[in-house]
Ligand binder design. Structure first.
Ligand code: SF4
Length: 196
């Protein structure tokens, strides 16, 4: 007679009642049978909870990002389940690791291939400022080649810091006006990087 197999000696019934996160409703007006709000807020809500990151990992910080994606920290909880390796389908460039000067044009090319709206996080001291590599061959911060929205310091930053940077990006995305990308200020920013 086979023995019953039990993996958990003291099974605990999971209480999932409060464990499902719901996005907060944007501010607006409610009445009987209707809810009215701004288009900006609705689009921002959808965008911030469905970010598709493109991990551009060149060294050790990339390993921290792998931990951030894995089950314990689980970036998917923030709606960023789907990592993309095709720039045309992604809207968040995450640069993680030391970027040699010869890689600078590649980072810029990847950025240019992404469709608007797009955002950029510099993860770790190397991507933010060159880190400990104050040498002739290392780019002293990716903001020399592309505009950066959020900087995550640390060598390496812990997954909590990467998540914090990601939440800051979500705040930016959620509040960004639909018209920002066609504003003169934004065009001026891109022009300062030689981007039309
Ligand atoms: S910041 Fe530190 S951990 Fe990250 S890529 Fe540079 S040397 Fe490696």
């Amino acid at each position: 007679m086979s023995r019953p197999v039990q993996f958990n000696i003291h099974p605990i019934l999971a209480d999932t009642k409060d464990s499902i996160g719901m996005a907060n409703m944007p501010a607006g007006y409610t009445g009987e049978g209707f809810f009215a709000t701004k288009l900006n807020d609705v689009v921002g809500l959808a965008r911030k909870n469905s970010i598709w990151p493109l991990p551009f990992a060149t060294s050790c910080c990339g390993i921290e990002f792998m931990a951030t994606m894995a089950s314990h920290y689980d970036l998917a909880r923030f709606g960023a389940e789907r990592l993309g390796f095709s720039p045309r389908q992604c809207d968040l460039l995450m640069v993680m690791g030391t970027i040699a000067k010869k890689m600078g044009p590649i980072v810029k090319q990847v950025y240019l291939q992404m469709a608007e709206p797009r955002w950029v996080i510099a993860v770790g001291a190397c991507a933010c400022s060159g880190g400990i590599f104050d040498t002739y061959s290392v780019l002293q911060g990716i903001d020399q080649v592309v505009p950066v929205d959020v900087y995550v310091p640390g060598c390496p930053p812990r997954p909590e810091a990467i998540l914090d940077g990601f939440i800051k990006i979500q705040d930016l995305v959620g509040q960004e006006s639909l018209r920002r990308r066609s504003s003169e200020k934004y065009k001026g920013l891109l022009e300062s990087y030689g981007i039309q």
